[in-house]
Design a binder for this molecule. Structure first.
Ligand code: FES
Length: 110
């Protein structure tokens, strides 16, 4: 695994504290908030929509397709898709990535 430069820190701040970016073969959802800098797979584990309804206060992101909710702190699904309410949420968590700031840039370990 290597650290890959993603975007300048100012870009995530100017985007309201969150953005999605393609890094290698991954699309990653980055956030910078009171929890610090976080990075999680941005592709929903249900039917592969791109996550994007960010709730900074709860540190969660909701899938726009069927409203599954994921915890940005650990990647766990905390609310199942509305069309599949009995989904095994413990199996549908999303991968977290190590992330850091380095010389004004956000870097992810891929
Ligand atoms: S694709 Fe995300 S909840 Fe269905």
């Amino acid at each position: 695994m290597t650290w890959q430069k993603v975007v300048g820190v100012k870009a995530i701040e100017n985007a309201g504290g969150h953005l999605s970016a393609k890094v290698g073969d991954n699309i990653i959802f980055f956030t910078k908030n009171k929890e610090g800098l976080q990075a999680m797979n941005a592709v929903c584990s249900h039917a592969k929509c791109i996550l994007g309804e960010y709730d900074e206060e709860k540190n969660q992101v909701k899938c726009p397709c069927h409203h599954a909710v994921f915890d940005l702190g650990n990647g766990n699904m905390i609310k199942p898709p509305s069309v599949a309410p009995n989904s095994p949420m413990e199996k549908l968590g999303l991968k977290k990535f190590n992330v850091r700031e380095n010389q004004g840039f956000i870097e992810a370990e891929i």
